[in-house]
Design a protein around this ligand. Structure first.
Ligand code: GLP
Length: 262
């Protein structure tokens, strides 16, 4: 059990600041394990990719190997996927999830959902609408795990000039990536010019509908986006600030560097 060094209550969210990202990830994994246990093993989880949650998955795999956690009754819905991309491509988020979690636990493969980067474009809207219907049919997400982009994106919900009420209604859909996101993905794609410029993302509305939301951010590069999201105005220009509209269910899990602007 890893305890935060300090806990702040800001704009309706609980902000847990840990001495380092390793202890923060242990705490995040324990929160996910508690959610699974509280649902008698039948939790519905929204999962994120990126470098940030990798140690969280490592810890969940460790708990599973120690016989302390089963995913046999769990259902997962991943947040996003590049488009178009094959699940065989190691840069796909399906492949990431296989490497970091799915291959190592007893999660039934037919309940490990990732948006399909191979759906023909003419059917993308049908596919993403179906994804939202499936989440709803499973009773909604018990917990959504989130990272945050340097530009404040959540999933691949990028900064926009929409009105707040329009942004809050955004469903799961096909989107274009923001220049900052493309620059940050350059390392995975062997240069910015090779970054796949579009993606499928779970929308703002289904993210905010989750019963609890755990947002992870580590390191100084995230500090500005975190401060804006937690204390700044609610604006679709910084999508993570929309989390302020669901007070009481958001927990920020930060290290000291990411919490610097708070
Ligand atoms: C990526 C993903 C997000 C992720 C974010 C941060 O582009 N689409 O879901 O949370 O950007 O990534 P990282 O954890 O690698 O900093």
């Amino acid at each position: 059990m890893s305890a935060p060094a300090r806990v702040l209550s800001l704009a309706g969210a609980s902000v847990q600041v840990f001495v380092d990202s390793s202890s923060a990830c242990l705490a995040a994994a324990d929160a996910i394990a508690r959610t699974i246990h509280a649902a008698n093993g039948r939790a519905v989880l929204g999962l994120a990719t990126g470098a940030t949650p990798e140690p969280v998955y490592a810890r969940l795999v460790g708990l599973h190997r120690a016989g302390e956690l089963s995913f046999a009754g769990v259902t997962t819905y991943n947040l996003d996927e590049y488009y178009p991309i094959s699940p065989l491509d190691p840069r796909s988020y399906r492949a990431y999830m296989h490497r970091h979690l799915f291959a190592h636990v007893d999660l039934p493969p037919n309940r490990a959902h990732v948006l399909d980067g191979t759906v023909p474009e003419a059917f993308a809207a049908e596919h993403t609408a179906q994804y939202d219907r499936w989440i709803a049919a499973d009773g909604g997400l018990d917990l959504q795990l989130l990272g945050i982009g340097r530009n404040g994106h959540i999933g691949f919900n990028e900064p926009s000039e929409l009105a707040v009420d329009e942004a809050l209604k955004l469903p799961t859909r096909l989107v274009s990536l923001h220049p900052v996101t493309r620059a940050d993905a350059a390392r995975e794609f062997d240069g910015e010019a090779h970054v796949i410029p579009r993606a499928l993302t779970v929308g703002v509305a289904p993210i905010l509908a989750a019963r609890s939301i755990l947002v992870l951010a580590f390191g100084p590069r995230k500090a500005e986006a975190v401060a804006e999201a937690v204390r700044g105005p609610v604006t679709p220009r910084l999508p993570a600030s929309l989390l302020q509209t669901v007070p009481g269910k958001v927990v920020w899990v930060l290290d000291e560097a990411a919490a610097k602007g708070l």
